[in-house]
Design a protein around this ligand. Structure first.
Ligand SMILES: NC(=O)c1ccc[n+]([C@@H]2O[C@H](COP(=O)([O-])OP(=O)(O)OC[C@H]3O[C@@H](n4cnc5c(N)ncnc54)[C@H](O)[C@@H]3O)[C@@H](O)[C@H]2O)c1
Length: 383
């Protein structure tokens, strides 16, 4: 008999809605999952966002997040709040015995992430962390190709997340620009994804030399319920006290060298997340703006060498659950459905799967090493 899993969502902004939609859709794509998510309770300080949650199917909503954590009908808690609240809410949910799917970067730095990881270990429950790009079929395919030796021995690696959401000086100073609420800036927001994909594809980062910069040091105060894409709606300027840009030269545990870069103020790319892996016999490249494509190169002796553009299709992992034919594009929200499937399967089996809080902890250590190195000017250990 299919078991109901009571779902609670705390924070009903962009991510709260994306997580909710993933639960609503997951059985459509994975009817044999064996568990059925039931939207039990959602919380947000915004009455309008609570009304929206009720319209899309939550049985109840609350202003106070504790009402979700305390509800015995809630089995899993989604923490989709500003970073400053991740630790308090996730730890409370874990201590109440709930499984927790929490957004990256799980707090404002290593200390917060460590506290959540400790609480999860003590509770012995399942965690998920929003490293959604691992789930793109093209990325899953790349992961398998690298593991199978299809590019030979990896000897060069580079990855970037070049985003433009704040590239105008009148872009509003949302919570993401305040260290007290967000922790770091481009590091926690964007570089976290870059580092997790690096760990996933080519292994742990051992040491690094990092730099950070803030290109737009003051922004208009955000009034009302905006997003981090909102443009200034106030004449009052506030200081930005975390970084717009970060980069690192790094050495992996394997000895491979590489580079990482993230920006939230670049002009040109929109969501320019990209990795390039080069090995002794081949190469792979993927980027988010062309999520359904993988570029693949293989050395050959016939002189016809060049990258091949592979469009994902039913032969690639998880694609057929969404579309029947190659080239019909999947989207960002579909990755979150795959993430929900992975998390719920872990809950169903009582088995921790990746990516969970432990993977975020490894990533948080790298992010902090970049900040440390930017301060010291020296190479820093990253583990
Ligand atoms: N994995 C990804 O691709 C991805 C993408 C975007 C954001 N994120 C992460 O998701 C998290 C949320 O980001 P977002 O863009 O959805 O933010 P958001 O600002 O759109 O939403 C945050 C919500 O939390 C609510 N909130 C704030 N304080 C509250 C409180 N005390 N009690 C209840 N509700 C409260 C706000 O009203 C808002 O609705 C962040 O940690 C961010 O890093 C991850």
């Amino acid at each position: 008999m299919e078991r109901d899993i009571g779902v609670g969502v705390i924070g009903l902004g962009w991510m709260g809605r994306v997580h909710t939609a993933a639960y609503r859709r997951v059985l459509e794509h994975f009817p044999d999952l064996g568990v059925r998510p039931r939207l039990v309770k959602a919380a947000d300080v915004s009455a309008e966002r609570r009304r929206h949650a009720e319209r899309v199917g939550f049985e109840a909503t609350a202003e106070d997040w504790r009402a979700v954590v305390d509800d015995p009908a809630v089995d899993v808690v989604n923490v989709t709040l500003p970073n400053v609240m991740h630790r308090e809410v996730a730890v409370a949910a874990l201590e109440a015995g709930k499984h927790v799917w929490v957004e990256k970067p799980v707090g404002r730095g290593v200390a917060d992430t460590q506290a959540v990881a400790d609480a999860a270990r003590t509770a012995g429950v399942v965690t998920g962390v929003g490293f959604c790009y691992r789930f793109a079929p093209a990325v899953q395919h790349a992961h398998r190709l690298i593991a199978d030796g299809a590019v030979g021995e990896v000897n060069h690696y580079r990855a970037v997340f070049l985003a433009d959401y704040a590239n105008r000086p009148d872009g509003a100073a949302s919570w993401r620009f305040q260290r007290a609420v967000a922790g770091s800036g481009a590091l926690g927001d964007l570089m976290a994804h870059v580092v997790d994909l690096t760990h996933h594809l080519v292994g742990p980062i051992e040491r690094l030399s990092g730099r950070t910069a803030t290109m737009i040091p003051r922004r208009p105060r955000q009034l009302g319920e905006g997003t981090h894409f909102s443009r200034g709606d106030s004449d009052e300027l506030v200081d930005v006290d975390n970084e717009d840009w970060a980069a690192a030269l790094c050495e992996l545990e394997s000895g491979t060298v590489g580079s990482l870069e993230a920006s939230r103020v670049v002009v040109g790319p929109r969501v320019g997340m990209r990795f390039e892996v080069h090995g002794t016999t081949g190469a792979l490249a993927w980027e988010l703006e062309r999520m359904n494509e993988l570029e693949r190169f293989a050395l050959s002796d016939d002189g016809d060498e060049g990258y091949t553009r592979i469009l994902t299709g039913a032969q690639h992992p998880d694609f057929a659950a969404f579309q029947p034919g190659a080239g019909v594009p999947m989207g960002y929200d579909d990755l979150r459905v795959l993430e929900a499937r992975n998390f719920l399967a872990g809950v169903r089996d009582g088995e921790q799967r990746e990516p969970g809080v432990e993977q975020m902890l490894a990533t948080a250590r790298v992010l902090e090493a970049i900040e440390r190195s930017a301060e010291s000017g020296a190479w820093e250990p990253a583990r």
